[in-house]
Ligand binder design. Structure first.
Ligand code: HDE
Length: 710
């Protein structure tokens, strides 16, 4: 595969006209004047004061002073990539959208992944929801599917979004903590707003600490509509399923990765694309006929609920491939503006009150972030088709609209731009019948807060359940106020009593039987709050396999990073043997040597060192391989960090393979007594090591691993 696939599509062609390459070009001012010195300001004498006349200095410094724009209030830290979407099968029975009916098309996309709470410079492995926003540049206009890596959201009504975000962001008096939900204000809010508990338990699971953006699912969350050419509507939920499966790191690794490489996810995405391992996701839909709207135990309009795949299977209809890194982070990844309101004929909104609020918020936020209603003219945001309307002027207008008229209807402009009929591709909102009172309330059908978090928890494997309990203990353990922790324990006990007991033990507290005040679940002051309490959990489905990462794909070792611990004199035949077989499947071997530069193998060949042991950490790799070679092993035994490196890999349940003298190094580590472990390979076949890497982690080692003092 070529690095960065530059095959042209309509969007790359469009972007190309704005690209600038300074190769062989003279430096100029912004007015095109050639520059002869950009290192010295204009002075009165060699050591004299700087002159106000210096327009070169002023232009350079003024531009620099204004280089920053406000970061996104949420999802500030993100990474983007270009790619395309292909449709496997037409779904014209549900939707008339071109991208859902034309299997010949390759629709260009730009994707931005993000964390939510942290600032732009925060670390990638924060425990957090991940944004998964996709801009489809379709022939009929731009469609933005602005989703997350979890299928539900914290709140049910847009009105509560500022409260949620203020609660999770650093506490306003001290601006602490950065990119973390583990603090009092967040749990004060969560424990009083139990509609948050479903998304909250997902955030306590391994989904919140992905191994890679390439190994996480994406969800549109809200129920949308698909509209076919007869004008019929079906409800739909959108899904992205990663080809590499859904995999995560452990919390101990996450904490350490944030120190060892705070750009871990961003680098991983960039490197995968640069090396031609293009990330892929299959696109799926869950379709519910209009007449089944009220057949579920939950409300389809409630964004804190998912439709279990066991009830409505996901139909895979297409695939997205990311094959090109951005040319410029600011111009593309920072300036891209996603709006859930960007929609095309064949797709429509529902009355989900969170979605309805989002339809306002995203345009509004771009105005302060990008500074002008002309943000759609920025190259990354421009639609594929031509844009004509009577909107005019504003900051940074890039077009030169011609003619005398900027209003409709007109005769002086020949009636143009003219309107289009639906049959000509114009958008027409679904004509939903509405006959209602104007009322500020929450539907009773949104009241169930505990059934789905409980379903999620029941569906997890034991090791995942352990991780959830540990996460709650960590998060609540960081809170200061006992009454907040106790209220949270009560809330968790409504999901699962055993889980609450376990967390309580970790906190040194008891699970309270009752709480001091009822849950004022977003009900206004005029309502009797006691009348609006969430009911006890229901059990309409025992479990759903799709909710557990234990049921994901474990078939690929592509892009898995294998640390090769080696020094001068390592055995070339050992190394070659394993490398040849595993590299064929896309695994990446990285030599971690006692120093940088090069080392020699026992066949006197030079090998580039990928990382000196002092510059890297075990948590940045998926597996360890130690080739034999007496001299090499003797050297490694003299560097204590190698022991830490191996112990940590063992603690994090990773596969470890050694050949010949490599075994001697294991004797210096915790692994010494656990060589019978299923994922520790001594002089084994490369294929066995391969299979173990594809399994990602060996959770049956968890109990032993917890004893590792690393
Ligand atoms: Fe967002 N959200 N959000 N959100 N959101 C933003 O828009 C907002 C919600 C999501 O990579 C902001 O351009 C409100 C759900 C992603 O550029 C802002 C509500 C989901 C991104 C905003 C929600 C998301 C954002 C900040 C409740 C998953 C990053 C900057 C009504 C379905 C997009 C911006 C990117 C960004 C508001 C809830 C996903 C402030 C008011 C639910 C992936 O407009």
């Amino acid at each position: 595969m070529a690095k960065n696939d530059n095959t042209e599509n309509k969007k790359t062609k469009d972007l190309k006209q704005f690209e600038k390459n300074a190769e062989n070009k003279a430096m100029t001012t912004n007015q095109g004047l050639k520059v002869n010195d950009t290192n010295n300001s204009l002075k009165a004498g060699e050591r004299g004061s700087t002159l106000l006349e210096d327009f070169l200095l002023r232009e350079k410094i003024t531009h620099f002073d204004h280089e920053r724009i406000p970061e996104r209030i949420v999802h500030a830290r993100g990474s983007g990539a270009h790619g395309y979407f292909e449709l496997y099968n037409s779904i014209e029975k549900y939707s008339k959208a071109g991208i859902f009916t034309d299997t010949e098309r390759k629709t260009p996309v730009f994707v931005r992944f993000s964390t939510v709470a942290g600032s732009k410079g925060s670390a990638d492995l924060a425990r957090d929801v991940r944004g998964f926003a996709v801009k489809f540049y379709t022939e009929e206009g731009t469609w933005d599917l602005v989703g997350n890596n979890m299928p539900v959201f914290f709140i049910q009504d847009a009105m509560k979004f500022p409260d949620l975000v203020h609660a999770v962001k650093p506490e306003p008096n001290k601006d602490i903590p950065q990119a973390a939900s583990a603090h009092d204000t967040f749990y004060d809010f969560v424990s009083r707003t139990t509609e948050t508990l479903h998304n909250q338990i997902w955030a306590m699971s391994d989904r919140a600490i992905p191994r890679s953006f390439r190994m996480m699912e994406g969800f549109g969350i809200h129920t949308f509509r698909l509209i076919n050419d007869k004008g019929e509507s079906h409800f739909v939920k959108f899904h992205w399923k990663p080809k590499l499966g859904v995999h995560s790191v452990t919390w101990d690794e996450a904490v350490k990765i944030n120190g060892a490489d705070s750009d871990f996810h961003r680098r991983d995405l960039w490197d995968a694309i640069e090396s031609g391992h293009y990330p892929e996701w299959e696109f799926g839909i869950q379709v519910v006929p209009q007449e089944d709207e009220h057949k579920f135990d939950f409300d389809l309009l409630d964004p804190t609920k998912l439709i279990p795949e066991k009830m409505v299977p996901v139909e895979i209809i297409g695939k997205m491939t990311l094959n090109r890194n951005p040319e410029n982070f600011f111009a593309e990844t920072e300036q891209v503006a996603f709006l859930p309101g960007h929609i095309v004929p064949g797709i429509d909104f529902t009355n989900d009150p969170l979605l309805q609020g989002r339809l306002f918020s995203y345009r509004d936020t771009q105005l302060s972030r990008l500074g002008s209603p002309n943000f759609h003219q920025i190259p990354i945001n421009r639609p594929l088709g031509e844009v004509y309307n009577n909107q005019r002027d504003g900051h940074m207008q890039m077009d030169i609209p011609k003619g005398q008229t900027a209003y409709f209807p007109n005769s002086l402009g020949g009636g143009c731009p003219h309107l289009s009929k639906m049959a000509e591709g114009a958008f027409h909102s679904y004509e939903e019948r509405i006959d209602a009172k104007k009322i500020r309330t929450r539907s009773e059908s949104f009241n169930d807060h505990f059934s789905q978090p409980a379903l999620f928890y029941r569906s997890l494997a034991n090791w995942e359940k352990e991780h959830v309990a540990d996460a709650y203990i960590f998060e609540l353990g960081k809170c200061y106020y006992t009454h907040i922790k106790e209220r949270m324990l009560w809330a968790v006990s409504q999901i699962d009593t055993a889980l609450a007991q376990k967390v309580a033990k970790g906190l040194g507290l008891r699970v309270p039987d009752t709480i001091d005040q009822p849950i004022n679940q977003a009900i206004g002051a005029d309502a009797d709050v006691t009348q609006h309490q969430p009911p006890a959990k229901k059990n309409y489905l025992e479990s759903d396999p799709a909710l557990s990462q234990a049921n994901t794909r474990f078939n690929s070792i592509a892009t898995r990073q294998i640390a090769v611990l080696a020094a001068d004199g390592f055995s070339m035949s050992d190394y070659q043997n394993i490398k040849t077989i595993l590299e064929k499947e896309g695994a990446m071997f990285k030599i971690v040597a006692p120093h940088g530069g090069k080392i020699n193998c026992d066949q006197n060949m030079e090998h580039n060192v990928d990382a000196a042991i002092m510059t890297t950490e075990s948590v940045l790799y998926d597996a360890i391989y130690i080739p034999g070679g007496k001299a090499s092993i003797e050297t490694l035994r003299g560097v204590s960090k190698y022991k830490k490196f191996i112990n940590e890999a063992f603690k994090h349940c990773k596969a470890i393979a050694v050949d010949n003298e490599g075994d001697i190094l294991l004797d210096d580590t915790f692994v010494k007594d656990y060589k019978a472990d299923k994922a520790v390979f001594i002089n084994a076949k490369p294929e066995a090591f391969r299979d173990a890497i594809a399994k990602h982690r060996h959770w049956d080692r968890m109990e032993t691993a917890s004893k590792v003092p690393a």
